[in-house]
Design a protein around this ligand. Structure first.
Ligand SMILES: Cc1cc2nc3c(=O)[nH]c(=O)nc-3n(C[C@H](O)[C@H](O)[C@H](O)COP(=O)(O)O)c2cc1C
Length: 404
């Protein structure tokens, strides 16, 4: 038996993987029905808060609930059991790290590392924490987060509100994460650009022992001047210093922590060409495409679209996918790509994977759809693999890319 991607059932072979798949799909459905208590409750709380409170207050409330759940083993277990996504396995290995599934939570959601155990229990295959800056800083004045409901988008100009490296490291403490943790590093707003390297080096050194990989964020649009670090000369020297420190830390701790570079969707072809050359020359372990955009596509309908800041969600999707496709053509498999920007469905995820992404992340769709979006996307991806009669995600993606 097999299920077509449209959801209809047709007869095929009845080998074991098919039966296993049916069992998993059944478990997923049963879990959705029987565990009304935790994940759906969380889902309702998020929806309820989202449409009644201002976006930042509701984000803080949701995070504080998740932080509490993270500290309580019983609640954490309940959340894990009620999340259908944790029953789904689509393992992928990228940067030498094995992820239980390809769908990660993008940076900016858990900036202070307070809620990652609960986020992992929701089924994400990876959590990227931060951005964390060396010293604590408040970020930009409020309001700085805007919901564009008609456009399924968000504009934010948070400006790296951060508790600083020391408190961040304290929060992670000795907590063991169920899924790989990425840690996204930034610079303080008052650090001059020519000293930015010191901030990134301090960040890398402090978080090295906690992180499964570290992200160098030079692409947030809300820290004045930050995106200039993507320019050829500045980036060349920054990456030289970071690779040198990575090598020293790796010797010191006997463990190699990969470095990823997160880039903007607003780069022109010339700028992207330079970045590709630097990624390859410095042997950077992955590139994350993309951060939020300063562009305002004509399609935007919400009044909140006039607010300055970085745009994420549905309107970002075509920009980020186009950039991923360009990166993939130019990198030719030498540097893995982590695709992020407007992923809401398994179709969006598949589009990013076939454009060249090896791993995925999302943020905005969890605000609009709630945590069930993770399980929904993963189950649909599994269904797609099943219809292709392939059990390995990377293999299925390769096949689909060849067919394009
Ligand atoms: C409120 C908010 C805060 C964010 N903060 C960060 C951040 O601190 N560091 C970072 O690299 N990206 C940050 N991002 C960008 C996301 O990680 C992601 O790249 C972007 O939102 C595109 O994905 P999405 O369309 O799925 O949201 C933030 C996004 C949002 C919406």
């Amino acid at each position: 038996m097999a299920i077509s991607t449209s959801g209809g059932v047709h007869l095929a072979s009845t080998h074991l993987p098919n039966r296993l798949w049916y069992l998993r799909a059944y478990q997923h459905r049963v879990k959705r029905r029987t565990t009304i208590s935790v994940l759906p409750a969380l889902q309702n709380i998020i929806r309820f808060l989202s449409f009644r409170l201002d976006p930042e207050t509701s984000h803080h409330l949701v995070l504080s609930i998740l932080a509490r759940v993270s500290k309580n083993r019983y609640l954490l277990n309940l959340l894990r059991q009620s999340s259908s996504a944790t029953a789904l396995t689509l393992p992928v290995t990228v940067m030498g790290i094995r992820f239980p599934n390809p769908l990660g939570l993008a940076a900016g959601f858990d900036k202070h590392a307070t809620a990652f155990p609960a986020l992992a229990a929701m089924g994400f295959g990876c959590i990227e924490l931060g951005t964390v800056t060396p010293r604590p800083q408040p970020g930009n004045p409020r309001p700085r987060l805007f919901r564009l409901t008609e456009d399924k988008a968000i504009i934010n100009r948070m400006g790296f509100n951060s508790i600083g490296l020391e408190q961040f490291a304290h929060n992670i403490g000795h907590a063991k994460s169920e899924v790989p943790l990425g840690i996204n590093l930034g610079k303080n707003a008052d650090t001059p650009l020519d000293q930015a390297r010191d901030d990134y080096l301090a960040g890398l050194s402090r978080i090295y022992t906690f992180a499964d990989y570290a992200t160098i964020n030079v692409s947030s649009p809300n820290t004045p001047g930050l995106r200039e670090l993507q320019n050829r000369q500045l980036l060349d020297s920054l990456l030289t210093d970071l690779k040198q420190r990575q090598s020293e830390l790796s010797d010191e701790h006997g463990r190699y922590v990969p470095l990823a570079l997160k880039i903007s969707p607003d780069l022109n072809d010339g700028e992207l060409g330079h970045i590709v050359e630097l990624l390859m020359r410095h042997h950077i372990d992955a590139v994350i495409a993309t951060n939020t955009t300063l562009q305002r596509p004509d399609s935007l309908r919400s009044r909140a679209a006039v607010n300055p800041g970085g745009l994420s969600g549905q309107p970002l999707k075509p920009l980020s996918t186009a950039l991923i496709a360009k990166l993939f053509r130019q990198l030719q498999g030498t540097v893995p790509i982590i695709g992020v920007g407007g992923i809401e469905t398994a179709d969006d995820a598949w589009e990013k994977l076939t454009a060249g992404a090896d791993l995925l992340q999302l943020y905005t769709s969890i605000i609009f759809q709630g945590p069930s979006v993770v399980g929904d996307i993963l189950l649909d991806l599994e269904r797609r693999l099943h219809s292709m009669q392939i059990s390995n995600l990377a293999e299925a993606v390769q096949q689909a890319r060849r067919a394009v």
